[in-house]
Design a protein around this ligand. Structure first.
Ligand code: CTP
Ligand code: CA
Length: 225
């Protein structure tokens, strides 16, 4: 019912969102991951659908129920997330990368469970390899393709938020970067977001629930997408 009565600034628009962490396998029973509950990305998916969008949500492992109305694609690794995004990007009008993508995956993960080596004092060594930068690749593609694609990234930083978020606008060729402080945001139900763009002064949103933050962000993005 909420969707039936709400105004629909995103009617006819296709929005692709990444959310949650990625999980990089070490062996079949272990892996490394990033801290991310997925709450912000799922809130954006829900809010975008309420505003009339056709929403595809590419999610790493989270404990959250699927947002109503969104097409859900579940992935584990950054490489799987990258593949799912590029499979669904062609029709998208707006890409929002909220996922906490692991920067590195494990090179040659073991196909069988690794046994601990008793009496080996040297510890455990692993080789890492850089994962694809999904947002930077989407930004690059958007700068080249004919039909318009608005590209939005997130930056969760522990310090120097304005500086790092502004830098990411350029390095990712993003139209917007949404900044927040990692220590406030991780797992929390409230968020305090700042919206950075290459052309305007940062827009600082007040601290509010992630659904309210998502609605406020989308209200700004609706003017561009
Ligand atoms: N991102 C991505 N793919 C990656 C890494 C990051 O799509 N391999 C996206 C995230 O979803 C987020 C944005 O890029 O929207 C910023 O992520 P962040 O980790 O802050 O940026 P990095 O370029 O990885 O820089 P840092 O060294 O600060 O981790
Ligand atoms: Ca990173």
């Amino acid at each position: 019912l909420a969707r039936a009565v709400a105004p629909k600034p995103f009617a006819g628009k296709k929005i692709l969102i990444t959310a949650g962490p990625t999980f990089e396998a070490i062996d079949p029973v272990r892996g490394i991951t990033n801290r991310s509950s997925g709450k912000m990305g799922y809130a954006l998916a829900q809010a975008a659908w309420l505003l009339g969008a056709e929403v595809t949500l590419v999610s790493g492992p989270t404990a959250l129920p699927a947002p109503y109305g969104a097409r859900m694609l579940q992935v584990q690794s950054a490489r799987q997330m990258h593949a799912a995004v590029f499979t669904h990007l062609e029709q998208a009008d707006l890409f929002i990368g909220v996922a906490a993508v692991a920067d590195y995956g494990i090179k040659n993960p073991s196909l069988s469970k690794q046994k601990k080596q008793e009496g080996q004092p040297a510890g455990l060594n692993m080789e890492f390899e850089l994962n694809p930068d999904i947002l930077a690749e989407v930004g690059q593609l958007a700068s080249q393709r004919a039909n318009p694609l608005t590209v939005v990234g997130f930056a969760a930083e522990t310090e120097n938020l304005d500086e790092y978020a502004t830098r990411k606008l350029a390095s990712k060729k993003a139209h917007f970067i949404v900044g927040n402080l990692a220590q406030d945001a991780l797992g929390a139900d409230l968020s305090e977001l700042t919206l950075y763009s290459p052309t305007e002064a940062p827009i600082r949103l007040e601290r509010m629930s992630k659904l309210q933050s998502a609605q406020a962000l989308l209200a700004h993005l609706a003017q561009h997408a």
